[in-house]
Ligand binder design. Sequence first.
Ligand SMILES: [Cu+2]
Length: 293
Amino acid sequence: MTRKSVLLAALVFLLSAGDLQAKPQPVTAPRVIDVMAVDYAFAVPTEIPAGWTTFRLQNRGREVHIMSLAQLPAPVELREIRALNSAYVRDQHQLKSGSITPEQAAERWQEMEPSWWGDIEMQGGVGFVSPGQVGETTLYLEPGLYELTCHIKTRDGKSHFIMGMRAHIRVTGEGSATVAPTAQAKLTVSSDGLVLAGELGRGDQLVEIHYTDSPDPLHDVHLAKLDGRDSELQAAHWMKGVQAPAPVIFLGGVGHLRGGESGYFSASYQPGHYMFLCQQHPEEQLVFEIPEV
Ligand SMILES: [Cu+2]
């Protein structure tokens, strides 16, 4: 190549690079990630791109499930969290079988609790989903390592987490830009309770769940289809133990997010009564009716 052609090639490269930079990045709807929940495991992809993401959780099991999502602090490696989970599960099995005492289990946890344990951040997730139902929750994901867990208890009182309902997803920095979906209604969650703005009608509806800053930051939102007079009381009571079976049909929701953040979830509404409620504060309930017309 002559000096002139090298310069020309460099000029073409610079022009095309400039051209690339000037092009607006395509913006897409949230990416849909299918998650299968069975008794007692999650089937999920191991790696997904960052951005607005819809988790579509199909409950193919016979017990209700939840998909809580937590972001692990940056230095934590996958093998580290897996080893910690395995050691904890081993101790819980030994505790159940009576081969160690609750004091010994607590002592072992104290010894292995890593310094970063308190830095784990809850990042929403899909609320309670009853068998045969699908929960669809849309969240914004930053790159990092995430843990998915279910903390429902079996009919004989064992945690689904212990039984194997835990998985990890690495969220990478690649992929096209995504935008948040447009919701039909907004549910604001604060220490004052749940406030719904907008009308919900029949059919598929998307609700924005917005968490405000709160002195007690642990809130979550779940949607239940009510059936019968006492079912709202039964659902609120069930929240204290979250042991299968559930007294109502759960249709998903949005797990805890930081103050100021929103997640979205869709459900198909039929005429009848529904309730939004918080597991952490079962007294926070919002009952509403979807009319026939
Ligand atoms: Cu479960």
